[in-house]
Design a protein around this ligand. Structure first.
Ligand SMILES: Cc1cc2nc3c(=O)[nH]c(=O)nc-3n(C[C@H](O)[C@H](O)[C@H](O)COP(=O)(O)OP(=O)(O)OC[C@H]3O[C@@H](n4cnc5c(N)ncnc54)[C@H](O)[C@@H]3O)c2cc1C
Length: 386
C-alpha cells in the first residue's frame, strides 16, 4: 500500500482517488468547501461541463488520438457508472448535428471531416443523414425543417451526479477541503501556508490551478441552464453554424443546458449579455418550443488547456501530472487515468474497458519515501468525508 497525495478534486482527482482508494492510502487537497458544485460555478470545470461524450464530433476540433481515447473512455464510463450504482448517469443514444438550410455549405465541410473518422479498434462511426420523419421520431421538439445527422454511439454523462458519487464511493480517502496546493514535486505536496506533505506518489491534477508548475491556460466557456417542462430532448444536439456553434443538452428535471462560446480569456466574470442572447437565440432556432423555457441560471468556467491544446500525462519517480484536458475532459478522463496508472504500474479499481497499453519503462514508486503524520494529519477541522 502506497501513500498517495492528489492535488485537485476535480474530474481527474476524484476519478483517480476513487480508483486508487481500494488499494492505497489516498489524500486529496482542494480549495473548495466540499464535494458539491458551487452555485456560482466556481471550482472544477468538470461541474460546468455539458458532459457530452463526442469522440466523433470532436474530430472537428482535434485529431484521431483524441477520438481513440474517447471511444475507450466510453467503455470505461459504462463500467464506472455501473460500479457507482449510477447507471442512469451515462447514456449512449447518439448525438445529433443539425444545420439550417442557409448554413448547409459550412455543415458539409464539418461532415466531410467527420466522415474521415479512423477505424479505431473496430469502432467505425460516421454521421448518418436523417430525413424529416426520422428526425421527428428521434427528437420531436427540433424544428423539422433543419438538416440533421445522427452520430451513433456518442453519449452523455451527468457531471452533477457523477462527481459527488465518485467522492462518496471513496470513503477511505482523506478529502482535505479548503486546502490550496502551492506546488507539487516528486513525493511532495506543498500547501499555500508553506506546510509540506510527503507521499510515495504526488499527483498533480489541478487543471488551470497547476500554474506555474505547468504551462496551462484557461479557456472560458459559458452555459445557460433552462427549465423547459414538456419540451422533450433525449440526446445532445449541436448546431452547425458558421459563427454560433451552440450545443443543447438534456438534463434531469426538465432541464436543458445550452453552451457554446470558447473564449481565449481567463475572465471568470458572469456571462455577457451578447453571449446570452446569441446562445439562447441559436438554441431557440433549433427548438422553437424553448421560447417559453425559464432561465434558471448562467455559468462560466475555464477549460484547462496546454499550449498545443493536447492532453498530457507526465510521470517521473514519485510524481504524476495529468493536464490539458481542455474541451473534452469528460470524454478523455477514464482512458487517461487508466494509461497513467498503467505507466506507473499501480493497481487500481478493476475496470476492464480496453486493455491499457503495456507500460514502456514506466516509472514506479520509490519505496520508503513516505513520512508519517504531519501537521495536516492532525488538522481534522477541514477533513470532510464525502
Ligand atoms: C463550459 C464547459 C463545457 C464543457 N463541456 C464538456 C463536454 O461537454 N464534454 C467534455 O468531455 N468536457 C467538457 N468540458 C471540459 C471538462 O470540464 C474539463 O476538461 C475537465 O473538467 C478537466 O478536468 P480536470 O480534472 O483536469 O480539471 P477540473 O475539473 O477543472 O478540476 C481541477 C481541480 O483542481 C482544483 N484546484 C485548482 N487549483 C488548486 C490548487 N492550487 N490546489 C488544490 N486544488 C486546486 C480545482 O478546485 C478543481 O477541483 C467543458 C468545460 C467547460 C468549462
Amino acid at each position: 500500500m502506497a501513500r498517495i497525495g492528489i492535488a485537485g478534486a476535480g474530474l481527474l482527482g476524484r476519478l483517480l482517488a476513487w480508483q486508487l482508494a481500494g488499494t492505497h492510502e489516498v489524500t486529496v487537497f482542494d480549495p473548495a468547501n466540499g464535494p458539491q458544485a458551487r452555485s456560482d460555478g466556481r471550482g472544477p470545470a468538470a461541474f460546468t461541463a455539458a458532459g457530452m461524450l463526442s469522440p466523433l464530433a470532436e474530430l472537428d476540433n482535434s485529431g484521431p488520438a483524441i477520438a481513440a481515447l474517447g471511444w475507450r473512455s466510453m467503455v470505461l464510463w459504462r463500467e464506472i457508472t455501473d460500479e457507482l450504482s449510477q447507471p442512469d448517469t451515462f447514456r449512449t443514444l447518439g448525438s445529433l448535428l443539425v444545420a439550417h438550410g442557409s448554413d448547409l455549405g459550412a455543415a458539409q465541410r464539418v461532415l466531410a471531416r467527420l466522415a474521415q473518422a479512423p477505424d479505431l479498434a473496430g469502432v467505425v462511426q460516421t454521421p448518418q443523414r436523417l430525413d424529416r420523419a426520422a428526425l421527428a421520431a428521434l427528437e420531436p421538439a427540433i424544428d423539422p425543417r433543419l438538416h440533421a445527422w445522427l452520430l451513433p454511439g456518442e453519449g452523455q454523462i451527468l457531471p452533477l451526479q457523477v462527481l459527488p458519487a465518485l467522492c462518496a464511493a471513496a470513503p477511505r480517502v482523506r478529502w482535505r477541503w479548503q486546502h490550496t496546493v502551492a506546488s507539487v514535486a516528486p513525493g511532495r505536496i506543498v500547501l499555500d501556508d508553506g506546510s509540506e506533505q510527503r507521499f510515495d506518489l504526488a499527483i498533480d491534477v489541478r487543471g488551470t490551478g497547476a500554474r506555474p508548475d505547468l504551462p496551462v491556460r484557461g479557456v472560458r466557456g459559458e452555459v445557460v441552464w433552462l427549465q423547459a417542462p414538456g419540451v422533450p430532448l433525449h440526446r445532445p444536439v449541436r448546431l452547425l453554424h458558421p459563427r454560433h456553434r451552440v450545443y443543447i443538452v438534456p438534463r434531469p428535471g426538465d432541464h436543458i443546458v445550452i453552451g457554446a462560446s470558447e473564449i481565449e480569456s481567463e475572465d471568470r466574470s458572469p456571462v455577457s449579455l451578447r453571449s446570452a442572447v446569441e446562445l439562447m437565440a441559436a438554441a431557440q432556432s433549433v427548438m422553437p418550443e424553448l421560447a417559453e423555457a425559464r432561465i434558471v441560471h448562467l455559468e462560466t468556467n475555464l477549460r484547462p488547456a496546454r499550449p498545443d491544446n493536447e492532453p498530457r500525462i507526465d510521470t517521473e519517480d514519485g510524481l504524476l501530472r495529468i493536464n490539458g484536458l481542455y474541451r473534452h475532459g469528460w470524454l478523455l478522463a477514464p482512458a487517461l487515468a487508466q494509461d497513467a496508472l498503467a505507466a506507473l504500474g499501480l493497481p487500481a479499481a478493476p475496470l476492464r474497458g480496453f486493455p491499457p497499453p503495456v507500460p514502456e519503462g514506466g516509472h514506479s514508486l520509490r519505496p520508503g519515501e513516505a513520512r508519517s503524520a504531519t501537521v495536516l494529519d492532525q488538522a481534522s477541522a477541514h477533513v470532510d468525508l464525502c
